[in-house]
Design a protein around this ligand. Structure first.
Ligand SMILES: NC(=O)C1=CN([C@@H]2O[C@H](COP(=O)(O)OP(=O)(O)OC[C@H]3O[C@@H](n4cnc5c(N)ncnc54)[C@H](O)[C@@H]3O)[C@@H](O)[C@H]2O)C=CC1
Ligand SMILES: Cc1cc2nc3c(=O)[nH]c(=O)nc-3n(C[C@H](O)[C@H](O)[C@H](O)COP(=O)(O)O)c2cc1C
Length: 176
């Protein structure tokens, strides 16, 4: 029988790797770069995230890890909807804008947007966008793991990708 309850095992070991060692190791785990957006009663917000992955195809669902200290945190939690906009080649500047201490107006001025069925902003220039509703939140350390149901998918004709690896951006082009 499936359950929505999170199961907790042991607490972290006292001799776990340091934060610095963990980050250095994670820098070798290349990941796609995404702009996560939301809109609704709490307002419009967006941030850059590499901690995004597929959870299940039945129902279609994915997860996003969001630092609870981020300025956008309360907005995402209260709106309970979001869109994962996957970046492509040439999107380094927009990644840095949504990943830095910039105003929401400045972040959103850097691209053009449609409104998805969830109400979240869908980035027209994204390689693909997953329009989602929040299903479940699990707190882990400094972050919340946002488990999201995918309501709609918007794909662009261009299949290229922006990868964050070794603290730098790398572009990947799909071969036809
Ligand atoms: N998952 C996250 O929250 C991430 C946050 N960032 C932010 O961007 C800044 C710059 O990142 P980098 O240039 O890659 O150098 P960095 O040395 O700070 O991070 C290296 C890698 O560690 C992981 N990481 C960084 N901060 C983390 C956090 N608070 N919680 C969990 N994993 C984390 C990411 O995989 C990142 O690519 C970070 O200091 C952080 O503020 C970047 C990537 C992921
Ligand atoms: C390449 C990159 C990847 C990031 N990945 C994440 C992530 O997965 N989760 C997260 O909470 N923050 C991540 N960040 C940091 C947020 O984008 C950043 O803290 C966010 O813009 C909030 O900043 P603010 O508090 O100034 O609004 C990432 C930043 C960059 C540049």
């Amino acid at each position: 029988m499936s359950s929505n309850l999170a199961q907790t095992f042991c607490p972290p070991a006292a001799d776990a790797p340091s934060k610095a060692d963990f980050r250095s190791a994670m820098a070798r785990l290349g990941a796609a770069v995404n702009i996560i957006t939301t809109d609704g009663p709490a307002g419009r917000a967006g941030f850059t995230a590499s901690a995004v992955c597929s959870v299940s195809d039945e129902p279609p669902s994915l997860l996003v890890c969001l630092n609870r200290s981020a300025s956008v945190y309360e907005t995402f939690k209260r709106n309970a909807v979001l869109c994962v906009n996957v970046l492509g080649a040439g999107h380094q500047d927009i990644s840095n804008l949504f990943g830095g201490k910039t105003s929401m107006a400045e972040r959103f001025a850097a691209a053009s947007w449609q409104t998805g069925v969830s109400g979240s902003p869908v980035m027209e220039q994204a390689s693909v966008s997953f329009d989602c509703r929040l299903r479940q939140i699990t707190e882990v350390g400094t972050h919340d793991v946002l488990i999201c149901d995918v309501l709609a998918i918007h794909s662009s004709a261009q299949a290229h990708s922006l990868i964050y690896f070794n603290r730098q951006y790398h572009e990947l082009q799909a071969s036809c």
